[in-house]
Design a protein around this ligand. Structure first.
Ligand SMILES: N[C@@H](CCC(=O)N[C@@H](CS)C(=O)NCC(=O)O)C(=O)O
Length: 238
């Protein structure tokens, strides 16, 4: 069976697990601690990054883009009969999401309102592009789920958790993206693509007292956002 070397709150891992789930491919997960990377991992991961997918024949694949393309080679894409042009477009829209996973990680770690707003503007740019590109929905390209949905899933899932716990909607102003997020969140693969304790781990990391969003979370109960309660985040991005 394939093994995915993982870290619980990594969005690059989640895009791979979501695809494995969507394709019903069996796999096992091996979690590592990024702050104390084991020797065996450093030996197989050229960038010392996760995800790493160890194939059935024991080859260690790295870079989530390459892993996704490999999975599409061994089992047909979740959307059948895509032309080469359409596949290129799908990849380009997918890259737009994956290139901004860290933008969202940084945004969520912002320690104060000013930093948060500045970083949000960067993320807003891609949500605006997606909002303009979506036609009828419910998914990015219409009725059928595609690799583009899988690539954006970690961004939309994280925005959903933030809204739930802080009342802060990262997708405000982008109604088509909000509707798309709702459609994605209804899919079983979202929960299956993360560990059972994902939401708690996520909250501990991004919604702690050290972040602006964490302050929003605590003040949601007490009725208002207190900027002065923010402290600087000293953790590194996922
Ligand atoms: N381009 C890589 C990015 C993967 C990445 O940035 N992974 C992060 C975790 S989300 C990582 O392994 N960081 C190593 C570290 O924090 O030491 C991919 O698409 O797989």
């Amino acid at each position: 069976m394939m093994t995915l070397v993982s870290f619980k709150i990594c969005p690059f891992v989640q895009r791979v697990t979501a695809l494995l789930e969507a394709k019903h491919l069996p796999y096992e997960i091996k979690y590592i601690c990024l702050k104390d990377k084991p020797e065996w991992f450093l030996n197989i991961s050229p960038h010392a990054q996760i995800p790493i997918l160890i194939t059935d024949s024991g080859t260690a694949l790295f870079e989530s883009d390459a892993i996704v393309e490999y999975l599409d080679e061994i089992k047909p894409p979740i959307e059948a009969h895509i032309s080469p042009e359409q596949r290129a477009l799908d990849r380009a829209w997918s890259y737009m999401a994956t290139k901004n996973y860290l933008t969202q990680c940084n945004l969520m770690q912002s320690a104060d309102a000013e930093t948060f707003e500045k970083r949000l503007q960067k993320l807003n740019k891609i949500f605006e592009k997606a909002n303009n590109a979506i036609n009828k929905g419910p998914f990015f390209k219409g009725e059928t789920l595609s690799n583009v949905d899988i690539a954006w899933l970690p961004l939309l899932h994280r925005a959903h958790i933030i809204l739930k716990h802080t009342g802060h909607d990262l997708l405000t102003g982008y109604p088509k993206v909000q509707a798309w997020q709702k459609a994605i969140m209804k899919k079983n693969m979202v929960q299956k693509s993360v560990s059972e304790d994902f939401e708690n781990k996520f909250k501990d990391f991004y919604l702690s007292s050290k972040t602006y969003l964490g302050a929003a979370r605590s003040s949601l109960k007490s009725g208002g956002l207190s900027k002065s309660s923010c402290q600087s985040a000293n953790t590194s991005c996922c």
